[in-house]
Design a protein around this ligand. Sequence first.
Ligand SMILES: [Zn+2]
Length: 681
Amino acid sequence: MSVSDLATHPLTNWQGPLGLPDFTKIGDGDFGSVFDAALKAHEAEIEAITASAEQASIENTLQALELAGEALDRVSSIFWCRAGAHTNDAIQALEREVAPKMSRHFSAISMNEKLFARIDDLYQKRDSLKLDSETLRVLERTWKGFVRSGARLDADGKKRLASINEQLSSLGTTFGQNVLADEREWALFLDGGDLAGLPDFLKSAMAEAAETRGQKGRYAVTLSRSIYEPFTTFSERRDLREAAWRAFTQRGQNGGASDNTAVVRDMLKLRAEKAKLLGYASFAALKLDDTMAKTPKAVHDLLDPVWEKALEKAAADQKELERLATAAGSNEQFAAWDWRFYQEKLRAEKFAFDEAELKPYLQLDHVIAACFDVAMRLFGLTFEEKKGIAGWHPDTRVFAVKNADGSDRALFLADYFARSSKRSGAWMSALQSGYSLGKGSKPIIYNIMNFAKPPVGEAALLSVDEAKTLFHEFGHALHGTLTDVTWPSVSGTSVSRDFVELPSQLYEHWLTVPAVLEKHALHVKTGKPMPKELLDKMLAARTFGAGFATVEFTASALVDMAYHARPDAPAEPLAFETETLEKLAMPDTIAMRHRTPHFSHVFAGDGYSAGYYSYMWSEVLDADAFSAFEETGDPFNPALAKKLRENIYAAGGSKDPEELYTAFRGKMPTADAMMAKRGLV
Ligand SMILES: [Zn+2]
């Protein structure tokens, strides 16, 4: 396959309906050769920029660089979509090949001396170029990106950095695949007599899981969060809860080929070396340089007081749970696999209802409609489902997104159900991002979920957490959808990590706005809205269990920071994990939300390394931002919605996050609203 074939290949020339790729014409065998040709095409475009005899200008250098690599973007976006949402052995094998190739390719660009010389030329005279603020910011970020990628290192330094990046990239892939292997490998098969306490939705999800694993008629506990969490919440069988808890917390640490211990050790060593090479005190210092927080100290200033409050709250909660366990006749020492179970009992007692009562009111299709409705009321968007268009899997749904005036804004694709070819979790990504530079590009955004698929003919029902997840990922999708920027590199979610969760976490707030629930939370059988009292109980219960949730999250964030804020790497990461938790006085009755050997945010790639804190950072922002609406007494206040759209959802990374937030809110936030929202103060 040659570069010229890219112009007609279905992976790079998208001829499907509505400007989508034609997924029916894409074969798994095509990716490898198209990748190779697209890499070559991108190289040639870069070569053309650097070979220019003209003096560097914004058009011939910055703009040419931003618009280069379209074919590569296209094949990559489809490939990574498949790798996450619908993989197979061929895709996985190719992933191991492609990841280091891409890393080499982009390292070479960021270490291209001629290219950097042209960018540097523009950067040095930036004040005299009379640039608009977005272009200036793109130039500055591009320049900084080169420098952080080693553009100013000597030849040996550059070579070493390239090798480190390549190793890190392939270790990251291995890490993720190992976690997936352990999740696939393990299942606890149960029979009808083992199901005491389990609600119906869970039993049918477990029956389905057993059937897909070839054990029709039985029930499987799997390590998918959508089964594991309700199982340990509801199962009356302490022995089974313990078995599931142990398997879940041991993922990636089971010895053999899928064990991640050595992978983590190597990654931490390489990250520390990389930071040193680039002149940073630690890997955390390197990563945070480009964020809203900016330093590890700022992260600790946020997390440490939260941690203290969370520990106090969790200790008080545990006493109450222990009393409950004793009263229920347990004479065992209260353990980590008891927490969710007794917490659910306490919730039922205190709020006189259990989570499962809410599920019949949270039908997947209605929660999706609620997401769309909120986007309509805040931003005037409409969503129309287009049936019969092929996606990457038959479960993929396609929606055309229109502006208030009826003009086209974007495409939104969604793939809601769990299957064994999909990695766990929920996420948003883009097949194509939105910008106006050059001939411009319309956003094609997608959401992936892992909800348990209902039996044919039945409606999928969600837990409150799952409904929140749907709103969360949809908030990210809106960030991609509403983007209104010129430059591709600052489009949509291309913002710092500690800002990127603001649009998503903020959006979750609208799920529990009474007007939204009253309209969309309708009982699956009776069609009646969720009763007001159930609604009030749910709202009151929202802060319930905050001690547990904050401890499990913050412990993960603090361990992530401990690994990366030191100048060197620990010789034995798992021992260091234990040591760090001891220093923090971590209760042994709560596990980290993500232990090191399966902490994919931090080790399956580089996305959230030294950055897991940023979910909480964003929560500080979202709590504060939503209180702006509450202060007006109108959750859809039009004037505020307009400011929100302009400064947060549409602005991408076109300005400094601090500036954007202040423009929306009029001031910077503190952690107070977040701690109050969590019920920690
Ligand atoms: Zn998110």
